[in-house]
Design a protein around this ligand. Sequence first.
Ligand code: MN
Length: 369
Amino acid sequence: MFGEAPRISRPDFPAGKRVLVISDIHGNLPYLKGLLEKTGFCRDDILILDGDFLEKGPDSIGTLHYIMELSREGNVYPILGNCDEWQLVFRWGKDGDKHMMHYLRKRRYGLIFEMLQQLGINPLTVENLSDHLPLLDRTYSAEWDFLRSLPHAIETDDFVFVHAGMDGSKPLEENTSDELTARDAFLREGQTFQKWVVTGHWPVVLYGENIVCANPIIDREHRIICLDGGCVLKDDGQLNAFILPDIRCTDASSFSFMSYDPFPEAEVLEHQDESAHSYYIRWGDSDVQVLQRGTEFSRCRHVRTGYEMDILTKYLFQDSPVTGCNDCTDYILPLEPGDRISIVEKTSRGVLAKHNGTSGWYFGRLKGA
Ligand SMILES: [Mn+2]
């Protein structure tokens, strides 16, 4: 989409400071605030925002303003993701109208959508976004200046922080902005790097097979870290912070992470065995045939694999025999009395829960739910 020379930043990070890296906030300010509070983030830390702080969630403007405010302190380093490059609409001008109208009508949220609304313009009735660009430009000049100032990657002696990934067969600068911000399934490329490459963009759950875990992936062999916990995109998503004790610390045994989600916690009271088999139906491969539609659960067959499972009826996209669905699993969590789980969905059968980042079902009794 962009294919331009990227901006690479090489800040002189002070040693001896904790480094937090967070990606893919996607306009979800409560998750960002919740995670910063949980990590005890303060001015003594370095905070790197690894792209996609805008779009998909409900509050792109609020999140942008919050990040602009944080960035004044001098210890916060946002990086552009593919969902953040709205400063480019001015360069597109009239050429971008068709694409933008389609985007606004389909998505019904996001930075431009919210800006138009704030200006008293109904985004759904706008014919040509280019007609409104001068007003957007004037009204939000501070926001555009901020977005224009951000790099596509930050490089240090030991790390590359970049939204989606890079082609390691050429220098970082020779990757286009597109290659850095809009690379899907980077980990599957199998590249190995000298420096640790820290990325978001592709929800880590999509790398899983039959079990859904939203915790960061730290791949020591390839020196790649994937952070995107599916905040906003997944019903059971979380926002992850990858944590380095120091910017010079390259020893993976000292890497850690913390996660935030808003789900209420409860204590498990009964032993539960892990399911012998399970499947994870996920975005991009979620066509299911509804075998028996129920009010709460529907029996469905995953079209590609033939795997059958009960899916929450509210997770089905349409009231038709073959439809897509939200990500879902029939995995049964291995649990012991005393384990803490967080509750994503309460149902008549049991709860869809998370335990240490992994999603699955628990059918026993709970304390505090
Ligand atoms: Mn992205």
